[in-house]
Design a protein around this ligand. Structure first.
Ligand code: CUA
Length: 151
């Protein structure tokens, strides 16, 4: 008798887990964190513009930064712009969820694999701006940082 109860219970648990997993997948599909532009996280290196990560001047005092995030680094790792520049960031993750937070600015974005995150920031004050990952992404999370130099 008790075997039957256990069997029913474990079966119920399996169904429960399947429902939760299914719901999470569904919620992720339904709720793009930003502008909703999708990208295959497995093919970031082959997908424009991420096949050429880097910084590009696109106007007077205007720059575009195409950046990939991966455990535990930012590519490109060095960014330098003149003071007064407006910088458009196009970001994606190649693996897990990372954060993109720039000290002394309001920049704070979640970078989720599968999505393209776009944010813009004007840098008026010269200095070294610390860029931090603020989403726990594994054992090297605390070391995941870079700088933006404004001259
Ligand atoms: Cu990347 Cu924490």
């Amino acid at each position: 008798r008790s075997e039957k109860i256990w069997l029913t219970l474990s079966f119920g648990m399996i169904i429960g887990f399947m429902l939760i997993t299914g719901y999470q997948t569904f919620a992720l599909e339904m709720g793009p964190p930003s502008h909703g532009e999708r990208i295959d996280p497995q093919k970031v290196d082959e997908t424009a513009p991420f096949d050429q990560p880097g910084i590009k001047q696109i106007g007077e005092n205007e720059y575009e930064v195409v950046m990939t995030l991966q455990v535990f680094s930012f590519t490109p790792s060095e960014i330098e712009v003149p003071a007064g520049s407006t910088v458009h960031f196009t970001l994606t993750s190649k693996d897990v969820v990372h954060g993109f937070q720039v000290a002394d600015t309001n920049l704070n974005a979640m970078v989720v694999p599968g999505y393209v995150q776009k944010i813009t920031q004007k840098f008026d004050k010269p200095g070294e701006y610390l860029v931090l990952c603020n989403e726990y992404c594994g054992a090297g999370h605390q070391m995941m940082s870079t700088t933006i130099t404004v001259k």
